[in-house]
Design a protein around this ligand. Structure first.
Ligand code: ADP
Ligand code: ZN
Ligand code: ZN
Length: 834
């Protein structure tokens, strides 16, 4: 008896999070030798799928002794981490997010782990070119290897298919790797390639003043070349300090686009007057020396002390500070304090703001103690940051929304800058989370404090502060003696009547631009629509170019001479004649940033215009390059979409022009007024950020009487809040209720509609009609050939078991998804939808 028990094996089981959209954990067997080393939070490799044809990286969520009842547990193939890669806090976060945002825990993990940490099916197998011990192989392996020779590399899945049904692919690969017959490698999609800047400097022979003079005299007869040298000296004043020559000057600055100076420069290099060289452009270009100690102004110091005082009894504090008040400096002060007490700090920024100036400023203060987490970074770079947080190299991380997933375990402070920004909410794919709200949970678990900052707080946030659930600190003074810009409304109806419009430009804006260019000051123009024009239409019949896959018109892009769908990416050629009636009078209607850029070049041919929108910033460093070029001062006008509204800080911008304000205001959404106010205020805030001259903002509108515009002019956030919050209460919208949006999709409109009707009916039965709106067709009712229907669910904030409600909704969804009559319907839940 005794001996029997002794020899009986204790089988361990592990519940694993698999990176697939299935709402549960999977139980696997832990092989005997593995039991001692396997830890919760470690990654493992497991077979998956009907014939073990897939290989997945999973994370251990739980270790236990009970075998699953519903299926035969398979074995874990391999352990990847000796120490847990995912902390207990993160596992808790994953669980909470899956439940709160009504998605699968696997979806959360998938978004949380940088793909560099998930090998699984992205791993590839290839023949080891040095392999020459065929006698080691089994017959089956030899056959397989012969097949493998025909391919450069195969994924695990492809190899599984090749090996045939019933093969244990991980075991097979393990055996082949052990015999050194194959190599497993990660397919790295993007490597970090440093960007080179081409520079020039004067040959050291001319660094001395005398030689330089001789050179200039010699070039008297060659005015073009002399001009190039003079231009160089104007940027690099080496007469005063010869050492400056060492650093040289960007070649592009010297060329200034004109061919003459280009050829002169080439000659000068050939004659060894100049020498050309290259340097690596730092990821965040930072030419200046480390920042001299910044001293907070009195107002900033007061704000900072108040925040600290409120943290004594509040976990979340809102810093309501106008644009240019120096919120960043206040953050820096608080970050230093938190780091000083030994805790970690996370600083969240909206996607776009992160690539820019703020990071440079932070880097001057925190140097390489600071990690940067950004979606345009490669996997390798993201893995570096992840590991840096674990190792303690990065006590401080500045990052975009997905930085909430980093393995912090000792957070003291989280800052959410521009907390009103909608880009903190992930729309697709699941988890559809809001980074600000997740940050607040994260802080709650780790007993950290949260500072939300904005010049135009989200209504929801301000409401919490008013209710006393968050602290509130105000900073209503611009730094230095700078004042808020003077905002003027331009009446388009009047200008049209008086025929003073110049294409899309009112004469008021046109003349202001002209004057600004003459003063050598910079201007920013905002139009929240990219492309040349949003419609292409036939004048003779009513044909409009539309996307074949979506219910939207195609946008005309002149630069690439094509029509594009902004929803599905469909592209087509521009028709010369109307496809319906053959008329040649096909014209564009409306305008986007591209068209404005075009018109500016006609009005002001001498000036330099840059455009910043999705189309000009696709490349990794494109955004930074535009900012840098604008900063160095040779650009007169920057035209852009909402990208230019966020966090930019330029000294020399004194004019901001806003187009199409009415479209922002009248967007059919209950948040439209709030959004319009935020956007217009933020972009206005780019003007006049330095003491001396007050900036000007011109807003083009059909109706200057609109109350919201009056509030913008008076910078009356509180007035806007009072009015809006009343409406929200009257019509029961957030923050007075929670919103969950369910979107039903199918390629067949009838099926989509039937599923949506049934879902809405079932929800109405259980929850009551006052809580359910719809089903309704959204603004764009067809995307990628899927017909959409939305159901909006309103749930009270108090006295309702929201968990139970969500579980019920999920249950109804699952029921519909398994209905044979509604095959392939997909239903997406968006909790706290924006
Ligand atoms: P906000 O984020 O509130 O719009 P910023 O933090 O960008 O404002 O500050 C606006 C500008 O004023 C920045 O260029 C910043 O460097 C400068 N600034 C703010 N406070 C100080 C200070 N105490 N000392 C020096 N410069 C400051
Ligand atoms: Zn026509
Ligand atoms: Zn489309």
């Amino acid at each position: 008896m005794f001996s029997l028990i002794e020899s009986e094996e204790i089988t361990f089981f592990a519940d694993l999070i698999l990176p697939i959209p299935v709402p549960k954990l999977f139980t696997y067997r832990v092989p005997r030798g593995m039991a001692d080393i396997l830890k919760i939070g470690a990654r493992v490799i497991v077979p998956f799928g009907k014939k073990n044809s897939r290989v997945l990286t999973a994370v251990v969520a739980k270790l236990h002794n009970s075998p699953p009842t519903a299926y035969q547990a398979r074995y874990i193939s391999e352990v990847l981490d000796e120490y847990p890669l995912v902390t207990g806090y993160q596992l808790e976060l994953f669980r909470w997010m899956a439940e709160y945002y009504m998605c699968c825990i696997g979806d959360v993990m998938n978004v949380a782990l940088p793909s560099g940490l998930k090998i699984s099916s992205q791993s590839k197998v290839q023949l080891n070119p040095d392999f020459d011990y065929p006698e080691l192989l089994t017959e089956f392996e030899s056959i397989l290897l012969a097949e493998l020779k025909k391919h450069p590399a195969l994924s695990y899945e492809e190899l599984g298919r090749l090996a045939g049904e019933g093969t244990n692919v991980p075991a097979l690969i393990k055996s082949l790797v052990g015999k050194k017959a194959v190599i497993v490698f990660e397919e790295v999609r993007e490597k970090y390639i440093p960007k080179m800047i081409r520079k020039v400097r004067l040959h050291p022979n001319y660094e001395e003043k005398e030689q330089l003079l001789v050179l200039l005299q010699r070039l008297e007869k060659l005015p073009k070349q002399q001009e190039v040298v003079m231009r160089y000296l104007s940027h690099v004043p080496m007469q005063r300090n010869p050492a400056l020559n060492q650093k040289g000057l960007d070649k592009t600055i010297l060329n200034q686009d004109d061919e003459l100076s280009q050829s002169s420069l080439t000659t000068l290099i050939k004659n060894q007057v100049f020498e050309a060289f290259e340097v690596i452009q730092p990821r965040f270009s930072d030419n200046a020396a480390p920042q001299a100690e910044i001293k907070l102004t009195d107002a900033q110091q007061t704000a900072s002390s108040k925040i600290m005082a409120q943290f004594e009894h509040q976990n979340v504090v809102l810093l309501h500070g106008i644009t240019g008040s120096g919120k960043t400096e206040v953050y820096i002060e608080l970050i230093q304090q938190a780091l000083g007490s030994g805790s970690q700090v996370l600083y969240l920024l909206p996607e776009i703001a992160l690539t820019t100036q703020i990071v440079v400023r932070l880097q001057r203060v925190f140097g390489d103690k600071m990690g940067i987490y950004h979606s345009k970074f490669s996997d390798n770079e993201r893995v570096e940051v992840w590991k840096g947080v674990v190792s303690g190299q990065y006590q401080f991380v500045v990052g975009v929304r997905s930085a909430v997933f980093l393995p912090f375990d000792n957070l003291g402070l989280i800052i959410v800058d521009e907390e009103h920004e909608t880009s903190y909410k992930q729309h697709d794919p699941a988890p559809r989370y809001h980074a600000r709200d997740v940050a607040i949970m994260l802080a709650h678990w780790q007993q950290a404090k949260v500072l939300l900052g904005s010049a135009t707080p989200a209504l929801e946030t301000y409401f919490q502060a008013k209710q006393g659930r968050y602290g509130l600190v105000e900073l209503f003074q611009r730094f230095g003696d700078a004042t808020l810009p003077n905002i003027l409304l331009v009446n388009l109806q009047k200008e049209k009547r008086q025929k003073t419009m110049k294409n899309e430009f009112s004469s008021a804006l046109h003349d202001a631009l002209e004057a600004n260019i003459a003063r050598k000051e910079q201007s920013i123009l905002f139009q929240n629509r990219r492309g040349y024009s949003p419609y292409m239409q036939c004048e003779d019949c009513d044909w409009t170019a539309e996307c074949p896959n979506c219910a939207v018109s195609l946008t005309y892009h002149q630069r690439d001479a094509e029509l594009r769908c902004h929803y599905c990416g469909h592209k087509e050629q521009v028709p010369r004649t109307c496809p319906t009636c053959g008329s040649t009078k096909v014209r564009t209607i409306g305008f986007g940033t591209e068209k404005l850029e075009d018109q500016l070049q006609i009005f002001f041919p001498e000036s330099k215009v840059l455009r910043m929108d999705l189309d000009t910033t696709r490349a990794k460093n494109a955004y930074q390059q535009i900012i840098q070029e604008f900063e160095t001062g040779q650009v007169d006008i920057l035209v852009g979409t909402q990208m230019i509204t966020k966090g930019l800080d330029f000294d020399n911008v004194s004019l901001v022009g806003i187009f199409d304000a009415d479209r922002l205001i009248h967007f059919p959404d209950f948040r439209a007024t709030e959004r319009a106010f935020q956007m217009i205020t933020q972009v206005s805030g780019r003007a006049g950020r330095r003491a001396g001259r007050q900036g000007t903002v011109l807003i083009q509108t059909q109706n200057p009487e609109q109350p919201i515009l009056q509030k913008v002019i008076q910078n009356d956030y509180k007035g806007l809040y009072e009015e809006e919050i009343q409406e929200r209460q009257d019509f029961n919208y957030p923050p007075f209720c929670r919103l969950i949006k369910l979107t039903v999709r199918h390629t067949d409109k009838i099926i989509s509609h039937r599923a949506a009707e049934r879902l809405a009916a079932e929800l109405t039965d259980a929850l009551g009609s006052s809580r359910i709106l719809g089903p309704e067709e959204p603004l764009v009712e067809r995307i990628r050939n899927q017909f959409l229907f939305d159901i909006l669910i309103k749930i009270e904030r108090d006295k309702v078991n929201i968990k139970a409600v969500k579980a019920f909704i999920q249950d109804r969804i699952n029921d519909i998804l398994t209905d044979k009559g509604l095959r392939q319907v997909s239903i997406v839940a968006d909790v706290d939808c924006l």
